[in-house]
Design a protein around this ligand. Structure first.
Ligand code: UD1
Length: 419
């Protein structure tokens, strides 16, 4: 087992590079199932979730080679087992992204039904309704979604809720469907846009890129292509919050400020000086204590739920009161109990956390409960006096590439220890 130990109290300072985006590369790897021939995906981050998605495809018969540190070559021409088993889906819900591609390319798919997860129930009803609207026959048996279709048919489908992986699954499925598909109320997250660009590079006919209405003219075949994955806006946002919380000054290169507007607005409101170029973001907190900022999570371009936990830590040491409202997931405040154990003054009432900033957090032994909760604890450890320990750090490795190396490069004192 491993834990992370942080000796806090040092302002972060220096430069780092952003890694490729987890939530872009997962649907892109899944989408390579629909291509004939080989795709080369570049800027792929080394993350546990990416390894899981790679292994899932390899089990199906996909030829997948990691041909240097960040490039993955994928050829899905010989899938013999279009199945995502429970063992994989239970560790990574994004495995549901195999459903649309398998069904549209091979006419059948068996994907374990993802259960609830720590942050909420997270149903996939919209994925299934959309595929049924395209003519798929779907039944759920023994915990598996079993889907069949001769060739999916284009249709008009309105998604009741804005869903990121739901939009991605239906978009990928529509690329090989017969005729035109119109998807309405689509997610417009930058990761959906990156997937759309990849599909267009493969020969897909898609209009409305980056908007909530996507029009897809189905084609008979798609080909492999080269694609460079976008930077991880949530990783970038996490490091910026860490720098702000410690009163530091950092620059993140290979980042895209356009994808992070709502987060940069909140960081400026918290008192950070921020400057950007086309592909870098610099933050200088000038050693000041942050001002409190209210947060309201909602689909892009509003404030992302994946940055909520990190801002709870920032607000926990801010000079005054703030309210953080989580609108997407019903159980995404599990970091708060851990922050309270470190001296934070926070009350949770339904979907709101009412935070009264304290001057200083204290170190403690803490446990990560999900990916972004673990990031909020790392930030808390960086600002707390003394030595903070974080257990269950496998959550961090799902979504943050070499986090200790990057933080140590910025002057932090953070170590991974086996016990
Ligand atoms: C994706 C991201 C995750 C992020 C989330 C919200 C990936 C791999 N994961 O998750 O990091 O936190 O978007 O930005 O990209 N819903 C339904 N029925 C459905 C689908 C979703 O009711 O069929 C609900 C969910 O329970 C949730 C809301 O819609 O309340 C949004 O969830 P969704 O966008 O689907 O999240 P994911 O795609 O799972």
């Amino acid at each position: 087992m491993e834990k992370i130990v942080i000796k806090g109290g040092k302002p972060l300072s220096g430069n780092i590079y952003a890694s490729g985006a987890k939530n872009a590369v997962l649907p892109i790897i899944a989408a390579s199932i629909v291509g004939t021939g080989t795709s080369i995906i570049k800027n792929v981050p080394h993350l546990d979730d990416v390894t899981t998605m790679n292994e899932l495809l390899i089990q199906m018969g996909v030829r997948l080679t990691i041909n240097d540190t960040t490039n993955v070559e994928i050829c899905a021409d010989h899938i013999h087992n279009p199945r995502a088993p429970y063992e994989t889906v239970k560790t990574m819900r994004a495995s549901i992204l195999a459903l649309g591609p398998l069904l549209t390319k091979y006419g059948k798919a068996e994907v374990s039904l993802p259960g609830g997860c720590a942050i909420g129930a997270r149903p996939v009803d919209i994925h299934l309704k959309g595929l049924e609207a395209m003519g798929a026959k779907i039944k759920v048996e023994n915990g598996y979604i079993i889907a069949k279709a001769d060739r999916l048919q284009g249709c008009q489908f309105y998604m009741d809720k804005v869903t990121v992986t739901g939009t991605e699954n239906l978009l990928i499925a529509a690329t090989l469907a017969k005729g035109e598909t119109i998807l309405e109320n689509c997610a417009t997250e930058p990761e959906v846009v990156d997937l759309t660009r990849y599909l267009i590079n493969m020969g897909a006919q898609i209009k409305g890129i980056g908007t909530s209405i996507l029009k897809i003219q189905g084609v008979k075949t798609l080909h492999g292509c080269e694609h460079n994955v976008i930077p991880d806006r949530i990783e970038v946002g996490t490091f910026l919050v860490a720098a702000a919380a410690t009163g530091g000054k950092i620059t993140i290169n290979r980042a895209n400020p356009e994808d992070l507007e709502s987060v940069l607005i909140k960081l400026r409101e918290a008192g950070a000086e921020i400057s950007t170029t086309k592909d870098s973001i610099s933050l200088n907190m000038h050693g000041k204590r942050p001002k409190p900022v209210n947060i309201n999570t909602a689909p892009h371009p509003a404030f992302p739920t994946d940055m909520q936990a990190q801002f709870c830590t920032l607000n926990a040491i801010a000079d005054g009161y703030s309210i953080v409202t989580e609108n997407l997931f019903e159980n995404r405040f599990m970091h708060i109990n851990e922050l309270i154990r470190m001296g934070a003054n926070i009350t949770v009432a339904g979907k709101q956390a009412i935070i009264k900033g304290v001057k200083q957090l204290n170190s403690a032994q803490t446990t990560a409960t999900d990916l972004r909760a673990s990031a909020s604890l790392v930030i808390a450890g960086l600002v707390a006096k003394g030595s903070t320990e974080i257990f269950d750090i496998h959550f961090i490795d799902r979504g943050y590439e070499v986090i200790e190396e990057k933080l140590n490069q910025l002057g932090a004192n953070i170590n991974r220890i086996s016990y």
